[in-house]
Design a protein. Structure first.
Length: 67
């Protein structure tokens, strides 16, 4: 039973998360020749205040871009 864990920043539309799940499921089915019913996809949304690149959170970076 393949399992894929994905972390994304919070705030995305549910439809885009749904498309991601479908695309990842299809990729695993194709790559591993396994039934879709055996593929598990877990998407975790991380608040922008909890995700940083180089000691700058995504929240901080978005604020700096607006300034």
């Amino acid at each position: 039973m393949p399992q894929v864990a994905i972390q994304v920043r919070s705030g995305r539309e549910p439809e885009s998360i749904r498309r991601l799940i479908s695309a990842v499921t299809e990729a695993v089915v194709t790559a591993l020749d396994t039934p879709a019913s055996t593929v598990r996809v877990i998407v975790t949304e991380v608040p922008t205040t909890h995700w940083a690149n180089g000691d700058v959170t995504l929240f901080e970076a978005a604020g700096a871009a607006r300034d």
